[in-house]
Structures are given as C-alpha cells and as structure tokens.
Design a protein around this ligand. Structure first.
Ligand SMILES: [Zn+2]
Length: 87
C-alpha cells in the first residue's frame, strides 16, 4: 500500500494527503477551491488540518506564491472556518 505524501505549506512537514486540506487553483478559471473533487485540475497546495499550519501558510503570502495567484482576502477566513466549533 502506498500513500501519496504531500508537504504542508505551513510547517513543511510531510504527511499523507488524507490528513490534509487541499487548496487548488483551477487551471481554467483561476478560481481558488478548498478540498475540490478529483476532477478539477490546477496547481494545488496542501496544509495540515490545524489552525497553526493554516496561519503559517499565510505568513508573508506564502500560500499565494505557491498557488501563483494574487492574494485573496477571504481565503484564510474560509480555511479557518473549517475549524469553527471544533476546538
Ligand atoms: Zn503542517
């Protein structure tokens, strides 16, 4: 059994993708999607499922550089919203 290993944009740790949030830039529309289906193609970034790594991924706009996109105001709130009520 082999699992795809992805690098977290926050802590730079390497983990199986099942435990991570995937953020993808749609290669056609340029739209940023969180945990898209597997049929959407584009540049993607992975982040551990915790607030600390989400915060770290946004430091100095790192996630936007990785996605090669312009900074988007609501993306961080959307990602942090995934944890709302869970802590
Ligand atoms: Zn991480």
């Amino acid at each position: 059994m082999s699992e795809h290993i992805r690098k977290c944009a926050g802590c730079a740790g390497k983990f199986g993708r099942a435990g991570m949030i995937r953020v993808l830039k749609n290669s056609v529309s340029g739209e940023i999607l969180i945990n898209p289906d597997n049929y959407t193609f584009g540049r993607s970034v992975y982040i551990c499922k915790n607030k600390k790594c989400v915060e770290a991924a946004f430091k100095k706009g790192r996630i936007f550089k990785l996605l090669k996109t312009q900074p988007q105001n609501q993306l961080k709130e959307k990602l942090l919203g995934l944890f709302a009520g869970k802590e």
